[in-house]
Ligand binder design. Structure first.
Ligand SMILES: *Cc1c(COP(=O)(O)O)cnc(C)c1O
Length: 385
């Protein structure tokens, strides 16, 4: 088998899913391994490395090796959802551990950390992670075991300086984990900036076609903490199914192209809506006026992502009405797919959300941005009814 060359770019590695060939058939697309159990050797050993499907699956490992290559990681793990990946990191901590998490972040994880993580004895402290002084002050050296970041962060797209946060976390003896779902490995590689673990809702950009729920973790140093996460994945049965792993592999082949298209269109739309009569504010790290713009310029290569939010001038009612009038944009939750989605976030995020009621979140897909602008422009103006 031809091993991938270290000189090949992520786009090349992704396009060929690392170029793995199925040797018996010489197929350029790897087969889907669905067996749940594997033959022992005559002397009772398992030299194939495969024992039982709750821990071992070759298709899952293929997906993991692609994610590891894209993130520049030594090891990766895929799990049954983004939430299972995120909670797996917290559940590998010990009761009593103190964790520092963002105040503005993916709503379901914020809710779990506030309401459920305490049942496992975790002490959870929310802080504005974009404010490095606030982050520094939240650290309790020796007690804080994990700092969690999301950048750019749902749904306001604040950008946290990952390299600076890594220094702060490590100085206090804590690990740094980054939810990099919206940056994708195409734009940011948190491990190269000092993070210990990077997490993805692979449901989103990595898969990219709104047809798989999956999560991923990757690390540079598969240490005892990492092995505890892996053991929990097996014990709790959180491994991704092989059919989903195959779809994820197929989706990742076009990741760099999809992300590039989404970034270009998102920048175009952000610029156009920034001057729009019916839009009070555009939240997008690519705009020079965005508070995270300077860090994003350093930390994100090749674009500022496909996610932005607009605040509608007429308030909550006008925002919901505009979302009701779109025809091309799809009124749905989730993000990172080839089709553009629009969502009134405050209605899903519930109490404790930092999301303003006039905000519409936009996940920009790969359609023609002129069509996307025309559709939303008409919806904001009250046309399209
Ligand atoms: C969707 C999402 C998650 C959760 O992923 P699921 O696959 O839905 O469980 C976590 N973080 C971010 C930023 C997300 O967008």
């Amino acid at each position: 088998m031809t091993e991938p060359s270290p000189a090949w770019s992520p786009r090349t590695l992704a396009a060929q899913a690392l170029g793995h060939i199925d040797e018996p058939s010489r197929a350029v697309v790897p087969p889907i391994h669905i067996a749940t159990t594997f033959l022992r050797d005559p002397d009772n050993q398992y030299r194939s490395g495969n024992v039982y499907g709750r821990a071992d699956n070759v298709t899952v490992r293929e997906a993991e090796s692609i994610i590891a290559a894209l993130e520049g990681a030594d090891a990766a793990m895929v799990l049954g959802s983004g939430m299972s990946a995120a909670t797996a990191v917290f559940l590998a901590l010990a009761p009593g551990d103190h964790v520092v998490v963002p105040k503005v972040m993916y709503w379901a994880l914020r809710g779990w950390l506030q309401n459920d993580a305490t049942h496992w004895g975790l002490r959870v402290e929310g802080v504005d992670t974009t404010d490095l002084d606030a982050l520094r002050q939240a650290m309790r050296p020796g007690e804080t075991k994990l700092v969690w970041l999301e950048s750019p962060a749902n749904p306001l797209w604040g950008v946290t300086d990952i390299a600076a946060a890594a220094d702060i976390a490590h100085a206090a003896g804590a690990k740094l984990a980054v939810d990099s779902t919206c940056a994708t490995p195409v734009l940011t590689r948190p491990l190269a900036l000092g993070a210990d673990i990077v997490m993805h809702a692979a449901t989103k950009y990595l898969n990219g076609h709104s047809d798989v729920i999956a999560g991923a973790l990757a690390t540079l140093r598969p240490d005892a903490f990492w092995e505890r996460i892996r053991r929990n994945r097996s014990m709790f049965g959180q491994i991704l199914g092989p059919l989903e792993a195959y779809l994820l592999i197929r989706g990742m082949r076009t990741l760099p192209l999809r992300v590039a298209a989404a970034c270009t269109s998102a920048m175009d739309l952000a610029t156009r809506f920034a001057g729009h009569d019916h839009v009070a504010q555009v939240l997008y790290p690519g705009l020079p006026g965005h508070p995270g713009h300077d860090i994003a310029c350093r930390q994100m290569q090749g674009g500022f992502g496909g996610m932005l939010s607009i605040r509608v001038r007429g308030g909550e009612r006008a925002a919901i009405d505009a979302a009701a009038r779109v025809r091309l944009w799809k009124r749905a939750t989730s993000l990172g797919g080839v089709e553009s989605l629009i969502e009134h976030r405050a209605s899903i995020e519930g109490t404790g959300s930092p999301c303003p009621p006039d905000l519409l979140r936009l996940s920009v897909g790969i359609e023609d941005p002129a069509d996307l602008f025309a559709d939303l422009d008409a919806a904001l103006r009250g046309a399209n009814a």
